[in-house]
Design a protein around this ligand. Structure first.
Ligand code: HMG
Length: 388
């Protein structure tokens, strides 16, 4: 019996800032962003959106198909959680009408935790193959204004059904890990924006890739040349291109730079116009590969490199299942991306500065989302979510 990803759906906000506007305000060449970091647009959440509403929007199409009764566990991965105690997944559980017998938990380790959720979901399903686990990753990437990280903001959520005999991607049991206590990127509880040592973080990302890969090679019989495609964690698309060249060098690959680019270019399409969505980012890359692959990908081996600052990294592998193309949400995703509204730099600042009140008063949230769920308000320190 195989286990893995049976269905996958993502959501991002209906607002974005084109990075050429940010570059203009900063009086720098827009190609620093378009070419240098490989990003064009960044998603900005509406005032009435957060990780909960984005997660519920991503998961709803899966629940509409399988039914709320089918889900035995929800694993909610995020590093922009809205409560220190209560799992964001419990709000989603209500919004989606899941049963009282469904367990819910939130997982955290920077951008890595969705991968831990997938591996745990696969283990649960291997033990009880009739169960379906809903893994959701949802994040809003926020850095201080006028810092190098600002252009790498973004937002998005991805929902994945983990089942036995999956219809999209079979996940192999062998993995390679690398964990190390480093301060490359972090966000203390009292801050709404991340702190980051940007250049150092890219170095640690590459070092972790090599070490997780070496650990993977000890566990798996698969070598670099056995993979047709690679999905990397995507803080920005150039990071993945650099990482892939690095991994090719580590493996003394003789593939041309063009062939190496082909192994990941389809994974980058959505991220380039959404931005970093932290835990969701690599899996939105997977959707991008499945939905934009130029040939049929059935039988292709995919190498996944999941990285979460701080840091935990994992290299793992999967195989794309024959017939996968029938179970994608391509049209809906592409319609959603095409229907987004561009905001001006001033509107971006307004969205950026619309932070949650902390005074315990009654605050209604301005309408903005075009999604199916919204954060209607915050009153007495309680968040009120509604279906639209
Ligand atoms: P920076 O230091 O301002 O950028 O920000 P730079 O000066 O290094 O320029 C970037 C690239 O653009 C360079 O290319 C320039 O040459 C090029 P490279 O040397 O890298 O090949 N460039 C141009 N290209 C074309 N035309 C031009 C032009 N000008 C310059 N006119 C930095 C870069 C990554 C530091 C910044 O964006 C940052 O701090 N980002 C946030 C941290 C981050 O994303 N780190 C990635 C690894 S850590 C990670 O992935 C985890 C994370 O997702 C969080 C989590 O796990 O929770 C972040």
């Amino acid at each position: 019996m195989s286990v893995g990803i049976d269905e996958i759906s993502f959501y991002t906000s209906n607002y974005f800032l084109d990075l050429k506007n940010l570059a203009e305000m900063q009086q720098i060449d827009a190609d620093k962003y378009y070419q240098g970091i490989g990003q064009e647009k960044m998603g900005m959440p509406a005032p009435d959106e957060d990780v909960v509403t984005m997660a519920a929007n991503a998961a709803l199409p899966l629940i509409e198909r399988v039914g709320a009764d089918a889900i035995s566990t929800v694993m909610f991965a995020t590093e922009t959680g809205i409560d220190q105690s209560k799992s964001a997944g419990v709000y989603v559980h209500r919004l989606l009408g899941l049963t009282a017998n469904c367990r819910v938990v939130e997982l955290k380790q920077a951008c890595y935790s969705a991968t831990a959720a997938i591996q745990m979901g696969c283990a649960l399903v291997a033990r009880q193959p009739e169960k379906k686990v809903l893994v959701i990753a949802s994040d809003v990437a926020r850095y201080d204004l006028d810092t190098p990280g600002e252009a790498t903001q973004g937002c998005g959520a991805v929902a994945m059904l983990i089942t036995a005999n999956p219809r999209l991607v079979e996940i192999d049991a062998e993995v390679g890990n690398h964990t190390e206590d480093v301060m490359d990127f972090w966000r203390p509880n009292y801050r709404s924006t991340a702190l980051v040592d940007g250049k150092y973080s890219t170095k640690i990302y590459l070092r972790s890739l090599k070490l997780a890969w070496e650990n993977f090679r000890e566990a798996s019989s698969l070598a670099f040349n056995d993979f047709q495609h690679f999905c990397y964690h995507l803080p920005f698309t150039r990071m993945a291109q650099k990482a892939h060249k690095h991994l090719a060098r580590v493996n003394q690959s003789e593939l041309s730079p063009e062939s190496l680019d082909l192994q990941l270019e389809d994974t980058l399409i959505y991220n380039r116009i959404i931005g970093n969505s932290y835990t969701a980012s690599m899996y939105i890359g997977l959707v991008s590969l499945l939905e934009n692959g130029k040939q049929n990908l059935a039988g292709s081996r995919v190498g996944f490199f999941s990285y979460g600052s701080g840091c935990v990294a994992e290299f793992f592998s999967g195989k794309i299942v024959a017939g996968y193309e029938k179970y994608l949400h391509r049209d809906r995703h592409q319609r959603m991306l095409e229907a987004r509204n561009e905001v001006s730099y001033d509107e971006y600042l307004k969205l950026y500065n619309d932070v949650d009140p902390t005074d315990g008063g009654e605050h209604l949230k301005g309408a903005g989302t075009t999604g199916r769920f919204r954060l209607a308000g915050i009153a007495h320190h309680k968040r009120e979510y509604i279906a639209c």
